[in-house]
Design a protein. Sequence first.
Length: 352
Amino acid sequence: MGRWRPLWLLEVVAISLMVLGTATAAGDGIPTTLDGPFEPVTVPLSDEAFRGHAVDLPDSDPRVQRRVKGWEPEQISVSLSATEDSVWISWIAGEFQIGECIKPPNPTTAASIVRYGNSKNSLTYEATGYSLVYGQLYPFEGLQNYTSGIVHHVRLTGLKPETQYYYQCGDPSIPAMSDIHAFKTMPTPGPQKYPRRIAIIGDLGLTYNTTSTVDHMTSNQPDLIILVGDVCYANMYLTNGTGSDCYSCTFSKTPIHETYQPRWDYWGRYMEPVISEIPIMVIEGNHEIEQQVENKTFVSYNSRFAFPAEESRSFSTMYYSFNAGGIHFIMLGAYIYYNKSGEFCDKHFFFI
Ligand SMILES: *[C@@H]1O[C@H](CO)[C@@H](O)[C@H](O)[C@H]1NC(C)=O
Ligand SMILES: *[C@@H]1O[C@H](CO)[C@@H](O)[C@H](O)[C@H]1NC(C)=O
Ligand SMILES: *[C@@H]1O[C@H](CO)[C@@H](O)[C@H](O)[C@H]1NC(C)=O
Ligand SMILES: *[C@@H]1O[C@H](CO)[C@@H](O)[C@H](O)[C@H]1NC(C)=O
């Protein structure tokens, strides 16, 4: 979970290449999950080129800049619900604010609507969801506060398995609708019913190395992406936007471990072309703690992603489960108690 993430990250990619099989479109003999099961293979990454300095994409990079106007959706993503007949679509409308005297937008200013269907020309179904705005507030002299744009989450239900759906999200009454995107639902659980390729990544970040990893992952056309914690590393920055490889060495005198929340928006923008079409399932890591006013933690993580928590009878976004064909994934975050004592712990224990 350290800052030397490229090594771990590339290791994970290499391992998933071997175990899950991520053949290229051209077909280079690497098998898919459907050809398994396989003996696990670990590929050590001894190449020194994979170690050392990871440089963050700067805010001037076109891939992290806002490409929409007004209340038009951005940072669009798809995630799975607990079963193959349902997914979540998430996006953000409106620009974030950071500094003094910020004014959070009213979450109802833009409606949460998804229009979808089996062909681009007939988005005949409509689903409505909910919206929220979150803040990252620091009651300390000299620190800047942040408010998100309007975060939307809409659950689509009644979908057919292994089927391509097209969708547009936003608020048609403004009008502020997104371009049309497409995703494919998972197969129904059963023998030989698996997503063909699953990409498993940790410590992704938003560095130039992230971009090579994501390019590599995308070229292998995964059906599902699992992100096992440490998303954008906004907590390696001060609220004034100054970052460091080693927060505690560089900013040893800060009153609280600050974050620079626009990094989350940059990450959402950078990832949109991939995760608006390929479902992503995220579980929290230490970089998502992001302590703020009143000791609140994990606020950005909880707000920005949709989780099949309720659908999988979890009581928290920090652990949940879902099916992807014949695979039942149990996502257990490391930041929740798992013993038998205490009310909340009881619930967690019961879930397991
Ligand atoms: C990671 O990015 C740095 C530049 O930021 C580059 O020098 C290095 O070669 C990259 N490593 C890999 C494995 O892509
Ligand atoms: C940020 O929000 C906190 C909590 O509401 C408040 O105490 C603080 O003064 C605000 N800071 C700025 C710079 O607006
Ligand atoms: C942010 O604050 C740090 C610590 O006070 C300072 O070293 C840095 O220059 C500031 N950066 C900007 C962009 O103002
Ligand atoms: C926040 O947490 C710290 C220790 O982590 C504790 O000392 C402090 O009392 C807490 N503050 C509030 C407002 O809960």
